[in-house]
Every structure is written in C-alpha cells, then in structure tokens.
Design a protein. Structure first.
Length: 567
C-alpha cells in the first residue's frame, strides 16, 4: 500500500519556527520533531500546522495533536477535552476514511522530552493515521490538473451516498434549528471583529452582517422546514479540498468536524456550499457547479437551492475567520501573517460576490433524442453557474426507479404514457421555478417537442419576471440515428430513447412558432459545444448594463469634440 500522509492548512515556515525559538514558545509539536520520540522507524519528520492542531508526518504514520487553545468556536484548553476530541475524531472520520484513521495514542514523558507511548506521565493525546503523499490532496492535485471532471463526479456521488446514510436530527434537539444557524452565522462576525484593523474591512463585515440578518429573516421558515424534512444530518462539516485526498484515484474526505456537534449536524446544503465555495475560490467555477449539479441529480434535493446563497456567504466567512485568526497567532513570521491576511481579504471579497443577486432565468432545450442536449447543457451549466434538471432523471425519480434502470416501457407506454409525460413536465416546471426564484439560472434538459410544454415554461419565467431562452438543438438525422444506435450498447446513460422513439418523435413534434424562434438560440448539435454559443446564452440571461448618462458639454467643448472626431 502506498504511504499516506496527513494534512493541514498551513505549514509553519522556517522563519516562523525561528520566531518561536526566539520567543521561547517551543510547542509540543516542535519538540516531537526528534525521531527518538517514536516507537517505530522514522525518516525525515515534517510538521504541518493549522490554527487548532499540529500534524507530525513521520513517514509511515501521521500524528495529529490538538493545540491547547480556546477560540470560542473550539475549546481544546484541557487535557480531558483534547482526549475526548481525539476519540471523537477517530470515530467520526472512520465513516468516510476508515483506512486512514487507526487509533488514539498517548504522548508521555516530560515537556522537554515527549514521546509517543511508553512510560511517564501523559502529556497529551494524538490521533494516529496512515500517511499519504501531500501531492495527493485534492487541493494540490487540482493545481496540477489532476483533479477534474471524473474526480468531481465521484466525489459528488460519494457525498450523496454519505448524506443518505447519515443520521437526521430530530425535532426535539437544538441541532440545525434556525436559531442555531443564525448563531453560527453571526458568531463569524463577532469572532472576526477584534482582529480587524482596517476601516474598510470593518465596513465590509458590517455590510455582510446586515445582509446575513436580512437573508435569515427571509429564510427562517424554510430553514425550520428543512430540519422537519430530515435535511439536517450528521455531516462532515469541513468539506473543502484541503480535507479530501485521492486514494487509488478515488476522492476520500477526511478531517471532519469533531469538536462541535452544531458545526457537524448541519443542513446538507451547507455541506455542499463549502465545497462549491472552495472551488470558486480556487477559480474553478466549472467544477464547482459540476459538483453541485451532480449531487442534486443524485439526491433530487433541488429545494435546497433556496438556502444555497445564504450558505455560500456563510462558508466564505468561515474561511475568512479561520485565516484571520491564524494570522493573529503568536510565533508567525511577517511573511506568513501577510499571506494569511491576503487570504482573509480574498474570502471577504468572495462572500461579497455571493451576496450579490444572481442572474436568474429559465433555459429549456428543444430537440430530438440523440441531439446532444445533455452534453451541451453540461457545458452550459459549468459556464453559467447554473443548475440543471433532466427529464430522464426526474421521470424515473417520480416512478421510484434508479437513474440507470431500464423500465422496459414501450413507446407511449409504461413510464412514457401521456399522463407520465404531463407529470414529468409539471415536476420539471416546479423545479425550474424553485431554482430561478432562488436567483440562479435553471437549465431544463428535455425534448420539449410540443408547444404546450414550451409555453408552460415560458409562463413560469413570465410569472417570475426572468429571461426565457429556448436552445434549438439541430443535428442531421443520420447523426441522430448513429448516436442512438451507439447509446443502445451502453449502460451509463439514463435515457432509454432508441430508434423507435426517434421515429415517433419525428411524427409528433411541433415546430417552434415565430414568437418561440425569437426567444431561441440555434445550437449546432453536430459538434462540441461552441464557446460563442455559450456566450450568447449568457448574454440573454445577464441584465443589460445601464449606460451612464453623459454630462452636458459646454458649447466650446462640443465644438472641440467635433473637431477631434473629424480628424
């Protein structure tokens, strides 16, 4: 088995360690850099540090030690609390990473000569893990181009399955209540305020606090309903790319929140918002929205988009707080402080961007089976930051069938009757309205071969006063037949349409009306999604930029302007 390594956010630089030595503030983690401290062969030892822990990398094993800190949101100030946190960390992380988390070990001896196990008084406790190469962290793999669409899809599926198994909070406890959500959101501001030194940062935080209070007031009933519906679950709680590692090509989340039940028992959409926010911060919005879409297609939890923007802002502020607190800890070199403060400001800016109203709209496809609707809309949702609903998936969800199940239905029979079609399109319209009302573009992947189906979605867009766009997907008939023949041999596609279905569609389709053509964008579905077509859709959805009125010119200025223009 490949050697594994544990991880944390920030490694102390040599300059920081030098500052610690000058100040006499040598930590337990630093004293464990001696290979003699371990009961097994050790090569080169590295220490990785976060605001709440040290991680010692020894080669075969990694040891994670809690810092004796009380930061308000986390309290490791006593030996008893640190031991309890280590035990909880071991148990909770085995849910997603059982091969990484091995045991809780004692650190014994004295402050000048600590060692893992052996004799002497217990100084502290550590979680022993298998090491993995730091290069296999998702955050680092992403930077090297080794964490892409395939890994994102596997991660989304893994988290969807994890959430489905996780326990749901009961109505009687405080976990996940609106009051708990509000308290956690406002705690960010309270804990950042003492560390903010610049007036502009204070103004930004105050504006974001007001936004948070307003949004919470609008969402309070929705948050309560989501808990009643079982959507507050025992999650990971800290799902960003620094806490995900590739093992055998599979993304494995680790290092979940163990120190506060309220930060782990959360809305599943809060969990996903953390990963989406992190990918946005790393300038990969395409992967961020691919991840969220894949998760929603797996779970059907589209109602969660109502609270998505609130949680995106909250998660960006959590990361801002962590970096600000880390920058204020003793023993850091100025270069490390400056780097952490830059990250703090970047997260503040990201929170501001998330808090800005989005560009909602409803985009539907129009085209025969095999014309590449799913391929084009996948590129579109990643380019727009949109959310997609697919008729193939929602139809099967309505009939309680797995996505890749074969219903063995005949044309216009089974799950494809006129009644089933109507129910499917009603469900798609409901979901599109939910997404658009939450301020996001809704992309609906279906054939939309009849006017009545298309007009129903135009009516939803009109009622919400958002743009409506039809993607008119066109491809040669011979190509459609070729694609459908190839699809019939595959087992990884939710669509059941074949050549018989295509012939039925050709006979029954209703062309776009002149009014519909005005709302449409032609898509050449015989080739890969064209960037200019994606941009054309974006232009339809984005509100027009108001022109700034020109200041009136004096007569002499106008003459001078005319003179310049004539040269």
């Amino acid at each position: 088995m490949a050697r594994l390594r544990a991880v944390a956010d920030v490694a102390p630089s040599p300059a920081s360690r030098a500052v610690q030595r000058r100040n006499g503030a040598v930590s337990l983690g630093t004293r464990l850099l001696d290979p003699a401290c371990y009961p097994h062969p050790v090569g080169r030892i590295r220490i990785v540090e976060t605001h709440i822990s040290w991680v010692l990398l020894t080669g075969e094993y990694a040891y994670k030690i809690k810092k004796p800190v009380d930061l308000g949101f986390v309290d490791f100030s006593t030996l008893r609390k640190r031991r309890a946190a280590c035990i909880a960390e071991l148990k909770l992380n085995r849910r997603l990473a059982p091969d990484l988390y091995l045991e809780v070990v004692e650190i014994r001896g004295d402050a000048l000569a600590p060692h893992v196990g052996g004799d002497g008084p217990v100084l502290d406790y550590a979680v022993r893990m298998r090491e993995f190469p730091q290069a296999d962290l998702a955050s680092r793999a992403l930077a090297r181009g080794k964490f892409g669409a395939a890994e994102i899809d596997r991660l989304a599926t893994r988290i969807a399955e994890f959430h489905a198994r996780a326990g749901a909070a009961t109505g009687a406890d405080r976990l996940g209540t609106p009051a708990t959500v509000r308290a956690a959101a406002l705690q960010n501001f309270e804990q950042m305020r003492p560390g903010v030194k610049l007036a502009r940062d204070a103004r930004t935080l105050q504006a974001l606090r007001r936004w948070t209070e307003r949004e919470f007031a609008l969402l309070e009933d929705t948050l309560a309903a989501r808990k009643r519906d079982g959507l507050v679950r025992e999650c990971h709680g800290d799902l960003h790319l620094g806490n995900i590692v590739l093992i055998g090509g599979a993304p494995v989340p680790f290092d979940c929140i163990e120190f506060d039940d309220a930060l782990r028992w959360i809305d599943v959409m809060s969990e996903m918002a953390f990963a989406v926010m992190d990918l946005e911060d790393r300038r990969r919005p395409d992967l961020a929205w691919r991840l969220l879409n894949r998760y929603l297609e797996s779970t059907g939890g589209y109602a969660g988009v109502r609270v998505l923007r609130f949680y995106l802002v909250y998660r960006a502020l959590v990361r801002a707080k962590v970096h600000l607190m880390r920058s204020r800890q003793r023993g850091l070199a100025r270069s490390d402080q400056a780097r952490l403060l830059r990250a703090f400001h970047a997260y503040l800016a990201l929170a501001q961007r998330f808090a800005t109203a989005g560009h909602a709209g409803i985009v539907i496809t129009h085209g025969l089976s095999g014309c590449g609707k799913t391929t084009f809309t996948q590129a579109l949702l990643q380019a727009l930051g949109a959310l997609r609903v697919r008729s193939d998936l929602e139809r099967k969800r309505l009939h309680r069938l797995p996505p890749l199940a074969r219903s063995r239905s005949t044309v216009a029979g089974g799950i494809y009757t006129a009644r089933a079609d109507a129910a499917t399109y009603r469900r798609l319209a409901e979901l599109a309205g939910t997404i658009a009302q939450a301020g996001f573009p809704a992309v609906v992947d279906a054939t939309f071969l009849t006017r009545s189906e298309r007009e129903a979605f135009r009516a939803v867009a009109d009622a919400l006063d958002v743009p409506f766009v039809i993607l008119n997907m066109e491809a040669p008939l011979a190509l459609l037949r070729e694609r459908l023949r190839a699809r019939s041999t595959r087992t990884d596609d939710a669509s059941e349409a074949g050549l018989v279905v295509l012939e039925h569609q050709l006979a029954a389709r209703e062309p776009l009306t002149p009014a519909e053509m005005a709302a449409s964008i032609r898509v050449d579905a015989s080739r890969a999604p064209a960037p200019e077509t994606l941009r054309a859709v974006a232009r339809r959805l984005l509100p027009p930029t108001p022109r700034r009125p020109r200041a009136p010119r004096r007569r002499g200025q106008a003459a001078a302007a005319r003179g310049r223009s004539s040269l």
